[in-house]
Design a protein around this ligand. Sequence first.
Ligand SMILES: [Zn+2]
Length: 454
Amino acid sequence: MTCQTESVPHSSDISGSINALSRFGSYPEVIRLEKAGFTSAWFRARGPEVQFEEIAMNSSVRSAAFVSREPRASCWPEQRPCVAFDRRRYTLPTLKRGLEEASMCKRLALILLSCVVCVAVAAQQPALTVGTATAVTGQTVTGFIEVSAGSDVGTNIPVAVIRGPKPGATLALVAGAHGTEYASIIALERLIQELNPAEISGTVIIVPLVNIASFEQKVPHVNPVDGKSMNRFYPGNPNGTQTERASWAMTKQVVEKSDYLIDLHGGDLDESLRPYSYWAPTGNAQQDAVSRAMVLAFGLDTIILSTDRPRDPNAARYLETNASLREKPSLTAEAGHAGTVEPEDVTALINGCLNVMRYLKMLPGNAPPVQNPVWIERIASVTSETAGIFYPMVKRGWYVQQGMKIGYVTDLFGKTVWEARAPSSGVVLYVCAVPSMKKSETVANIGVVAGKAP
Ligand SMILES: [Zn+2]
């Protein structure tokens, strides 16, 4: 057996320290994985799908994956794409047997193992590059969506691409268009770390923080660079201000490369919000059935039926609409409030994303739809008729009756100058969380409950 060693670059943090992939002989191949300073592992490939049947690996390696960044033909004849570990696939007996058989080979001394390790399947997924991150099968690869300077400064939007070893859908998860809606940002930061690429079928594109300047400067609602909301200018404009250029980059890099999209938000610094999601049907029955199922799988128990979205893909305005009008079933979900990062909000968003992945068959397991959600048929917004100091009399999630006093505004001497009253009966989706009140600003959004589920 001649030894042809081809060093394969990798960028794995998941397993730590596997350094090289070497190929010996010709098909059927024996693959050796060298783990730095430790032991080696042998795989014998068989069949056109490169199912590895034997493995011996040091126990500290729990999961890992490889793919050549070189042209595949140089490393994988016949366009067989990659090696990845799947810890569920191989159990200790399998590994022991692999060890015994591999020990007959005099070329390597193999160290025994104690842990469940796995192996891999090759999947025929073409390369996917988002910004500077090029997907590597079985790995989490990070990079940036570069927005170059134009009429104002440029920005770099962080992105993680998590590519499973098996084929499947591409789901985009986005947060931080409003950079102080912290719970949603933290939820995606955690998902980048916690999603195990080996378990995923398909690809997850995670953009945890679109609006960097808002986050850094703690400015709610808008991008302080140009004063624009980063969820109002889709599909964007490559020649516009930073928000427009960033939106354009999101459209080209994230939306167009995805099959499905979830946009995460929450109550901003000045909003006390109860969790809810939006379902915005497009009129395409098949697509709408999928997005409806995604919203139900996401699991938040209050769902706003949003029927007044733009219909022109060139004036989509919102990220979710931008994706929906490009035939990608999508939803928006909100949790978190007033600058807090409450565990229940973060968990609700993380579990929602995981359940949608289960619904889309990107993760194993079922995603039972939320039972008996409250459907909101329209939002009654209450805006202040005057500037002053706001005193709320309701809390997020409370049910109020039409005409009920929900708060009041005083002048700077404490004299009440305006009373806020509910224009309709419904649930308080959010109420202003701080005393600062400008004329025409939103005091509260009341969700009017639908008579029946749509
Ligand atoms: Zn938002």
